[in-house]
Ligand binder design. Structure first.
Ligand SMILES: NC(=O)C1=CN([C@@H]2O[C@H](COP(=O)(O)OP(=O)(O)OC[C@H]3O[C@@H](n4cnc5c(N)ncnc54)[C@H](OP(=O)(O)O)[C@@H]3O)[C@@H](O)[C@H]2O)C=CC1
Ligand SMILES: CC(=O)N[C@@H](CCC(=O)OP(=O)(O)O)C(=O)O
Length: 337
């Protein structure tokens, strides 16, 4: 069994890592860290995780007993922790934004802080696009939740030069904001409401742009909305075609790109990707495949922000790092209805 540890295990993605790793056939969770819950049994914070025998410890990064360490910590914190883990020889999957950017100047601009670890570079942890880089890496930068759904549902459009501008509109569940409550996530403010936020300035726009821009300077616009659901991200992308293609050719581009990708499911004609179908699972449902009279292609995707958008994808990356079956521990379907 490989040994794995989670830093920031008291948070939402940490809890989700724990839920899935405890059912993983080839790993054993050796350490879960928390600063505020030192000495507390796991189920006191994550009541659904019973009988794991695990207790939160406020351990330093270099005290962990692990082959792979997950840093489920906020951006800014990860870049202080990750170098210390790498020095121990363990591999790292970081869930924050700290190592996702090829150019740290872009990170500094969008995250509004200095990057203090310019030495360590992460492989961008989107296995469907970067599997070979991830295999060779010591550090994997797990993508953001919005970018995962947005990039996967847009990539064939730009790779095939069908479009050069994409408008991405996403609706997210509240767990995307993490375990600590705020006025934004306060029930009366979110229930029966749809709240657009950072409408032209969300940091994930730069991450999506980084991944799609290489293709003839594709321009990306992105607006997130907070909706009253707990989990999930539903993304709709709109783009005007610059090539004269049919709906069949549009679909064929996706079928070709994602052939053999276990976690990507292309919807049948007229079938809509729903949050309720992917909730709790590592699957991405991609649909839409429509072109209207104005030449607008509409693509849709649904993911669980805590699974394919964070912890499930992090485990998929761990599987690749360890050279074991990429789907191990992740094959369960969603929680429909
Ligand atoms: N929620 C989501 O849907 C997604 C989140 N992410 C990213 O994953 C990371 C974790 O997110 P999430 O689980 O939601 O966050 P949470 O706020 O729920 O949990 C983060 C945990 O990290 C610990 N922590 C906070 N600051 C530090 C620090 N300076 N040093 C060590 N530990 C610290 C805290 O535990 P304690 O105080 O007990 O030590 C906290 O419980 C973030 O970078 C987030 O942006 C990425 C994709 C999706
Ligand atoms: C609902 C909500 O607040 N969502 C978060 C997404 C968090 C996340 O996944 O982003 P990083 O990993 O890039 O920090 C947000 O919009 O900031």
């Amino acid at each position: 069994m490989y040994k794995v540890a989670i830093i920031g295990a008291s948070g939402y993605t940490g809890g989700e890592l724990l839920r899935m790793l405890l059912n993983h056939p080839e790993v054993e969770v050796t350490d879960i860290t928390s600063r505020q819950y030192d000495g507390t049994p796991a189920h006191k914070i994550h009541p659904h995780i019973r009988d794991s025998g695990l207790v939160f410890k406020n351990k330093a990064p270099d005290e962990l007993d692990a082959d792979v360490v997950f840093t489920a910590t906020p951006h800014g914190a990860s870049m202080k922790i990750v170098p210390k883990i790498l020095d121990t020889g363990a591999k790292v999957v970081d869930l924050s934004g700290d190592y996702r950017y090829r150019d740290t100047a872009v990170y500094e601009k969008w995250y509004g802080m200095e990057h203090t670890d310019k030495e360590n570079k992460g492989a961008f942890g989107l296995p469907e696009l970067y599997r070979d880089e991830i295999k060779k890496a010591d550090l994997v930068a797990n993508p953001g939740c919005f970018p995962t759904g947005a990039i996967l549902s847009s990539y064939p459009l730009v790779k095939n030069d069908f479009v050069d501008r994409i408008i991405i509109d996403s609706k997210t569940g509240v767990s995307g904001a993490g375990v600590n409550p705020s006025s934004t996530t306060h029930y009366p403010n979110i229930a029966d409401n749809v709240n657009p936020y950072k409408i032209s300035s969300h940091r994930h726009m730069s991450e999506i742009q980084q991944e799609l821009h290489g293709f003839d300077d594709v321009k990306v616009s992105f607006t997130p909305h907070l909706v009253p659901v707990i989990r999930g991200i539903q993304t709709t992308s709109h783009s005007f075609l610059i090539k004269d293609i049919t709906v069949d050719e549009l679909r064929q581009a996706y079928e070709k790109e994602y052939k053999g990708e276990y976690f990507i499911k292309l919807m049948d004609e007229g079938e809509i990707p729903h949050l309720s179908s992917v909730r709790g699972s590592n699957f991405v449902h991609i649909g839409g495949f429509e072109i209207d009279e104005t030449g607008r292609a509409v693509m849709l995707s649904a993911i669980d922000n805590l699974v394919k958008g964070a912890s499930g994808q992090a485990i998929q990356n761990m599987n690749i790092l360890l050279g074991i079956d990429e789907t191990a521990g992740l094959t369960h379907f969603g929680l429909h209805p």
